[in-house]
Design a protein around this ligand. Structure first.
Ligand code: MN
Length: 486
């Protein structure tokens, strides 16, 4: 889907046709110039002057699948009772861009005509009031429209809004159930479909095995060629790698046949399969599919959504698991990895295909990609089911080049410092109920996840350099009450 955003400019008839023509021309000019620098096109739609015009454009936006959200701005005053009927029906993400066509107040030129034409400071307040009164989820961005920092914020909001569209169309294919007895990977599938739009359903592993058996040698040859282009082969065991290719091709066929963008499996249910998919799942993730281990369909869908919110619609984001700590004072790090399945989009170097035994699952040695994660600021994100509602937890982290080579560790690994510190961060994370499974992202920000959570109408908890355990406890206590009343 080629997503677009709609630019709706507020005005009124009071000022006469000349002013309205100027407003319309400037709205179109701004949309065109912004489209050149934003990640998605901004399409000027209307200079809205009546209740009917606003209601009509909202109806059109709701039913146009390519419209991922609307951005409004009031060049002049725009009495906002005429926005109520339209806003009451709005089903798309909404950003109020409080900007102004001119950057400077012109000393000589300014008179009452100029004031009447350029009164966004006035109009955007009237516009903002009605959204506050209606308790609308919205993003408010204020600043000059040609300022690069402002444009970056609009672009980030657009990506979060695309995450909403992807979420509302998300289908998750579960191969087998969750790992036995695990709590945090459970969840209310009716609730997530109601709230987030996700269709989470199961398909038998036996059907996957049948599909694998039908994969041809020619299909495997073609995928092996791609593996050779993208990865270094650090194994001679090509048959094992070819088996992963067979698994990937079969999973992709089943996912695509059902329109699924995310999947989960579990090492406890691999009946008829010789290897746990490792390289297969990793290469599917690199192509934009979400994945969750041990049947964790929530993290799988979140991985797909966050990847789609990233750079060019498939950013540096990976299914991740907190594994072990380095607790040496002054060198306190978390080491994240998974049994096999870390997305190579976060790799610092060209990944290697390696074959090693897997201690659990009772299957043959699987091929997997091994690499180090890159250095850089990032976030980890966890969606949990609190019983009756969802909570999204996000923590700021700083990834580093792993401080040790760890030559005998046979999996991809990422090492990071957490905010506010490793141990206080762990206390905050555990206080909030965050899972061991996360999505780690380098190019989706906490602000984008906050925007996404607001648009999806779920709780957002952000662990930052300023978070304290005491403050967080109080916040969670009040959140719990508020979300029960909501
Ligand atoms: Mn796991």
């Amino acid at each position: 889907m080629q997503y677009k955003f709609w630019f709706v400019v507020g005005s009124q008839f009071l000022y006469g046709p000349e002013v309205l023509e100027t407003v319309a021309a400037r709205g179109a000019e701004m949309a065109e110039k912004l489209s050149a620098v934003l990640p998605y096109p901004l399409v000027y739609k209307v200079t809205a002057k009546t209740n009917q015009e606003i209601t009509d454009v909202v109806k059109q936006a709701n039913y146009d699948d390519s419209c991922a959200g609307i951005i409004t701005w009031c060049h002049t005053f725009s009495p906002s009772k005429m926005w109520i009927n339209g806003f009451a029906n709005l089903q798309k993400p909404y950003c109020h861009f409080a900007t102004q066509y001119n950057q400077e107040i012109p000393n000589e030129e300014i008179d009452m005509d100029f004031m009447n034409l350029n009164q966004a400071a006035h109009g955007d307040r009237e516009h903002g009031f009605i959204a506050a009164r209606l308790r609308m989820p919205r993003k408010i961005i204020a600043g000059y429209w040609q300022d690069a920092a402002v444009q970056k914020r609009i672009g980030d909001w657009m990506k979060a809004a695309v995450g909403v569209a992807v979420s509302r169309n998300m289908k998750v294919m579960r191969f087998g159930d969750n790992m036995r007895e695990v709590a945090v990977t459970e969840g209310d599938k009716v609730e997530v479909q109601t709230k987030l739009g996700w269709q989470v359903n199961t398909w038998p592993v036996g059907q996957l095995v049948d599909t694998m058996n039908a994969v041809t040698e020619a299909e495997i040859d073609a995928l092996m060629e791609i593996y050779h282009q993208q990865y270094d082969f650090a194994t001679d065991d090509l048959e094992t790698v070819r088996y992963q290719a067979r698994e990937e091709i079969a999973m992709k066929k089943m996912l695509d046949a059902e329109g699924c963008k995310a999947f989960s499996n579990t090492f406890q249910d691999l009946y008829g399969m010789r290897q746990l998919p490792g390289l297969a799942s990793q290469h599917l993730m690199a192509s934009g599919y979400g994945y969750g281990g041990e049947g964790d369909w929530k993290v799988s869908a979140m991985t797909a959504i966050i990847k789609a919110m990233g750079e060019n619609g498939n950013g540096a984001s990976a299914f991740m698991e907190d594994y072990t700590y380095n607790l040496v004072p002054g060198a306190e790090y978390s080491l994240g990895a998974h049994m096999l399945e870390v997305c190579p989009s976060v790799a610092a170097e060209k990944p290697r295909i390696e074959v090693h035994p897997l201690g659990i699952g009772d299957r043959e040695d699987p091929a997997r990609l091994v690499f180090e994660g890159k250095a850089g600021d990032a976030i980890v994100v966890s969606l949990i089911d609190m019983g009756g509602r969802l909570r999204l937890i996000c923590q700021d982290i700083h990834c580093v080049k792993p401080i040790l080579p760890m030559p005998n560790l046979p999996v991809a690994r990422v090492m990071w410092q957490a905010e506010p510190s490793l141990t206080a961060g762990v206390e905050c994370w555990i206080t909030a109920g965050g899972a061991h499974h996360t999505v780690l992202s380098y190019d989706v920000t906490a602000e984008m996840m906050h925007d996404w959570a607001r648009m999806m109408d779920i709780e957002f908890v952000h662990i930052t350099k300023d978070t304290t355990v005491e403050g967080l406890e109080q916040e969670l206590f009040l959140n719990d009450l508020a979300w029960k009343l909501k």
